[in-house]
Write a protein that binds this ligand. Structure first.
Ligand SMILES: C[S@@+](CC[C@H](N)C(=O)[O-])C[C@H]1O[C@@H](n2cnc3c(N)ncnc32)[C@H](O)[C@@H]1O
Length: 311
């Protein structure tokens, strides 16, 4: 049985909905193919070259084109690699490295990571900030926040303050942060490659539930952003209602503008019309990544700026 038939049988509604986005054999194959292991070298702890030299003694590394510190690696169990326990490397999916690259945080800035646990992107942001400045790393799920704290400790992140609020509460810190990352809770279609249960559990009701949370969070994140600041919105899912719809909602409600993300990454066409609704042509600037584009998890990334004098 091919991947298409396996998916059709496991969740017919899923197949029906997303065959409207793309219906190639490749798309369905990569939707369930086990993912490639990738790592980010943590330059907060040691120089990139030193860590690479050591890893190359044992493993084959393939650079990830869109993240200088990212590599695909042929390892079965990362937990057994000493560099992992030491926080010199962090297991992070290749496409999940894109949002912090797009955010482009600088040393000394004040950054809000609204949905931060387990902290792979907080660590990457701290790395780009060279441990100077401040990151408010928030996640309302206490268990996940504990994992976040443990990971930040292991990675040697010294500039994060962990909070456990509903991200929507940050709306009251108006015009405060230089940069905001909203790596939103979502239906996680991208994670099916790693966990089959995300395919079985998927339903449209869940998509709608997440869409409503995401709209609330993106408005709050935008409010908390300083004029001239950058907000990156990302999900690891493919549903237009959780992606283009949410960004279109922000564009309609505020003075937000979109910026094109120039990276060497293959993408699929953004969705500009869905279920009879048309989205702003500005949405052409977002990155919609299907699993077969780069053999990674699916991802969606939008780079949003607040005009100077806006808010
Ligand atoms: C995609 S995960 C974040 C992954 C994380 N950014 C990383 O790179 O490791 C989404 C997170 O959103 C959190 N979350 C759920 N509801 C939230 C809310 N109302 N406000 C903020 N975060 C929320 C979940 O607990 C979950 O940890």
């Amino acid at each position: 049985m091919g991947a298409r038939d396996v998916i059709k049988e496991a969740n017919p509604a899923f197949y029906e909905r997303y065959s409207q986005l793309e219906d190639t054999d490749e798309f369905w194959e990569f939707m369930i193919k086990p993912p490639r292991q990738s790592i980010r070298v943590n330059t907060l702890k040691a120089p990139l070259e030193v860590v690479l030299e050591r890893l190359k003694e044992e493993f084959e590394l393939e650079p990830i084109p869109w993240a200088r510190e990212g590599f695909f690696i042929n390892v079965d169990n990362l937990a057994k690699v000493p560099e992992h326990s030491l926080g010199l490397i962090f297991g992070q999916e290749a496409s999940s490295m894109i949002p912090p690259v797009a955010l482009d945080p600088k040393p000394g800035e004040l950054v809000l990571d609204m949905a931060a646990a387990p902290g792979s992107k907080t660590g990457q942001i701290a790395q780009y900030m060279e441990n100077e400045g401040c990151i408010v790393a928030n996640d309302p799920n206490m268990d996940r926040a504990n994992v976040l704290i443990a990971n930040l400790n292991r990675m040697g992140v010294l500039i994060a303050r962990v909070t456990t609020r509903d991200g929507a509460e940050f709306a009251r810190f108006e015009n405060t942060f230089d940069r905001v990352l909203l790596d939103a809770p979502c239906s996680s279609v991208g994670l099916i490659r790693k966990k089959w249960r995300f395919l079985e559990a998927w339903n449209l009701k869940g998509v709608m539930k997440y869409m409503n949370i995401q709209k609330k969070l993106i408005l709050a994140g935008y409010k908390a952003l300083k004029p001239g600041g950058t907000l990156v919105y990302s999900t690891c899912t493919i549903d237009p209602l959780e992606n283009e719809e949410v960004v279109d909602y922000l564009l309609r409600k505020t003075d937000a503008r979109l910026e094109k993300i120039e990276l060497p990454v293959k993408t699929s066409e953004p969705v500009l019309e869905w279920e009879g609704k048309e989205y702003s042509p500005e949405l052409k600037k977002v990155l919609r990544i299907h699993p077969n584009d780069n053999d990674t998890e699916a991802f969606f990334v939008a780079k949003i700026v607040k005009p100077e004098g806006g808010g």
